[in-house]
Design a protein around this ligand. Structure first.
Ligand SMILES: [Zn+2]
Length: 274
């Protein structure tokens, strides 16, 4: 997700990437061109999505992010004066850039859908967060709660990106999935809100995406599996886990779960006392 930017420039969408109302840089055109199928899908789905190009320099910003303002989603490109926009493309495997940007755009659309459907930050009705952060200060407990809420949303969005690729480019799914494994496994993110490894690992089995009526529904079962631990054998791997400190003072293990594991439990299990 993305913080509220200033000085936006609205790009009129986008059936034809050459017919935009503003002059785009080469890097912006590369990103937008790859995202067009996702943008067209959003329009077909009548999702309230605008594309915004930040005209001012935005060093350090996420090159492509999603904001939600006054009931509308804003796909925000922060690429001017931001070397990361081109560097991100350059780091991608040759020949895969277009598909990866498409997956990123679909990831962002996943965030949009969660907001529009008023579900962002919530758990499914069948689950309840019963985490107790009594080993940290109240300030750190709040940070941990926010981190986990964001991480859950990032997991959902990653699954939407992968489901998009599976639907539209099934023969390239394994390559795109492998990129997600690598990206999300980098140590720099292993304790932060973008550590979505639980979900990305589950998505290695592409047959676990279900045949829901929309791409957002097709990821629900996998997302739920990641929320509740799924079939990933975390206990076995936790035996060899080395805790590492996080900025918030909690610890994380190599399973990608923070040391103070949020307890997400089904309401039925709770009722049974499990
Ligand atoms: Zn995201």
């Amino acid at each position: 997700m993305f913080r509220m930017p200033v000085g936006w420039m609205l790009v009129t969408l986008l059936a034809a990437p050459t017919a935009q109302a503003v002059e785009l840089t080469a890097t912006e055109r590369t990103w937008l061109h790859a995202a067009v199928p996702v943008l067209q899908f959003a329009r077909e789905q009548r999702l309230p999505l605008d594309v915004i190009v930040q005209p001012q320099d935005t060093p350090g910003h996420t090159p492509m992010g999603m904001a939600f303002v006054d009931g509308r989603c804003k796909l925000v490109l922060s690429m001017r004066g931001n070397p990361e926009a081109q560097a991100t493309l350059d780091r991608m495997p040759s020949g895969l850039q277009g598909l990866l940007v498409e997956a990123i755009a679909a990831h962002e659309l996943g965030h949009c859908w969660r907001h529009v459907s008023r579900q962002w930050g919530t758990l499914p009705d069948s689950l309840q967060d019963i985490s107790a952060y009594d080993r940290v200060s109240s300030e750190n407990a709040q940070l941990l709660r926010e981190m986990w809420r964001t991480r859950r949303e990032e997991g959902f969005a990653d699954l939407v990106g992968l489901a998009w690729i599976l639907k539209h480019h099934p023969q390239r799914y394994d390559e795109v999935h492998a990129w997600h494994v690598k990206l999300r496994g980098q140590p720099v993110v292993d304790t932060g809100p973008h550590d979505t490894r639980v979900w990305v690992q589950l998505a290695a089995d592409k047959h676990r995406f279900t045949a829901g009526s929309s791409i957002f529904e097709q990821v629900q079962a996998l997302w739920l599996a990641g929320l509740t631990g799924g079939t990933v054998d975390r206990r076995a791997r936790a035996q060899t886990a080395v805790p590492t400190p996080t900025p918030s003072g909690a610890v994380a293990d190599s399973t990608g779960r923070a040391g103070f594991v949020p307890q997400v439990q089904s309401r039925q299990d709770q009722a049974r006392g499990r």
